[in-house]
Unconditional design. Structure first.
Length: 303
C-alpha cells in the first residue's frame, strides 16, 4: 500500500526579554513533535512540556474530531483556518515545574499558576489528514502490483471489487492471504511463497491450492462457515490442502473483510504573531491519538 512518511523538524526558539520588574524570561519553543487534541464541536490542539512548564495551544471553533477524518476520494483532508479571537493560538508559561494531564478541555480547569499567556489572533492554521488503508495480509502494498503498471487499484485477482492491497483474501478462496504463507521467511521476498500443488501459482493467488480440481472455497465438508481452514477429513491437513479429498460443498458467500485504517493528521501554523515571536511557518507536528487507528468491515458481492 502507499505509505506516507513525515519528516518533522524540532523547532527551538529562544528569546529573552525584560519584564517591568526587571526579571528576564526565556521563551522556548522546545516541544515534542507530536500533539494532542480534545473537545467536541470546538477542538483544542495542544502540546505541553515540563521544567519549565509551558504549553502551546490552538483552538478551532466549529470543528469536530470526525471532521478531521472526512477525507476525499484521494484519502486526503485539508483545510486552512484564519487565526482570530474565536481561533486563538496561545503560548503559556506556568509557575509550576510540571503540568497536570487534564489541563485542557475540562469544564472545571485544574488549578495552575499561569505566569505568561501570549495570544495570537493573526495568521492561519492548516490541518492536513492523510488516510492510509491496508489489508494487514503480510504483503507490503508495493508488492501487490501484480500487473506491474504502478497502479494498485486495478490489481484484483479474484474480481470481487476490492483491489489486492486492500483485500485480505486476494484469490477469493475464503482463506485469508496471511494464512496462506505468502512470505514464508518474512523477508519481503515472495518468491518462496507457499505453493501446495507446485503449479507455480502461490496459494494466496491460487483458487485451487491443492490442485484437486475442487475450488478451495468449495472444500467445506464439516462446516459451512466460509472458512475452509477448519474442515479436516483425513489427518491434520485441511481438505483444501489435501489432494486426496475431493468432496465438494459449493460456497455461497465471501468472508467479511477487515480493512485497517490509519489516519495521519498534521498541523502547520503560519504568519502568527505572539508579540515577541513572529514566524512565517511553524510545524506544530503530528497528532498522537488512538482514534486515528481503526478498521472498517466490508463483505464483497459473491461471484
Amino acid at each position: 500500500m502507499r505509505k506516507v512518511f513525515f519528516v518533522l523538524l524540532a523547532l527551538i526558539i529562544s528569546i529573552q526579554y525584560s519584564c517591568d520588574d526587571g526579571d528576564v524570561i526565556t521563551l522556548e519553543f522546545d516541544f515534542e513533535d507530536s500533539f494532542s487534541v480534545c473537545g467536541d464541536n470546538d477542538l483544542v490542539f495542544y502540546k505541553t512540556k515540563d521544567d519549565p512548564a509551558e504549553t502551546l495551544s490552538l483552538k478551532i471553533s466549529n470543528l469536530s474530531f470526525a471532521d478531521l477524518l472526512e477525507v476525499n476520494e484521494e484519502n486526503t483532508y485539508e483545510e486552512t483556518f484564519n487565526l482570530s479571537a474565536a481561533n486563538p493560538f496561545n503560548f503559556r508559561m506556568y509557575r509550576d515545574e510540571s503540568l497536570p494531564t487534564n489541563l485542557f478541555c475540562n469544564v472545571i480547569p485544574p488549578d495552575v499558576n499561569i505566569t505568561q499567556d501570549i495570544e495570537s489572533n493573526d495568521g492561519s492554521a492548516t490541518i492536513t489528514t492523510f488516510l492510509v488503508e491496508d489489508d494487514d495480509d503480510g504483503i507490503p502494498a508495493e508488492l501487490e502490483d501484480i500487473n506491474g503498471n504502478g497502479d494498485l487499484s486495478d490489481d484484483d485477482t479474484d474480481g470481487d471489487g476490492i483491489p489486492n492491497y486492500l483485500d485480505f483474501d486476494d484469490d477469493g478462496d475464503n482463506v485469508r492471504t496471511k494464512d496462506e504463507n505468502p512470505d514464508v521467511n518474512e523477508d519481503g521476498d515472495l518468491s518462496d511463497a507457499q505453493d501446495t500443488d507446485g503449479d507455480s501459482i502461490p496459494d494466496y493467488l491460487d483458487n485451487d491450492d491443492d490442485g484437486d480440481t475442487v475450488a478451495t472455497r468449495d472444500e467445506e465438508n464439516d462446516s459451512a462457515d466460509n472458512n475452509p481452514g477448519n474442515d479436516i477429513t483425513n489427518g491434520e491437513i485441511p481438505d483444501y490442502l489435501n489432494a486426496e479429498v475431493v468432496t465438494t460443498v459449493e460456497a455461497t458467500a465471501y468472508r467479511e473483510h477487515t480493512i485497517v485504517l490509519s489516519y495521519q493528521v498534521s498541523l502547520i501554523i503560519s504568519n502568527f504573531d505572539l508579540q515577541l515571536i513572529s514566524q512565517d511557518v511553524f510545524d506544530f507536528g503530528t497528532l498522537d491519538d488512538s482514534r486515528l487507528n481503526t478498521t472498517r468491515k466490508v463483505t464483497p458481492t459473491f461471484n
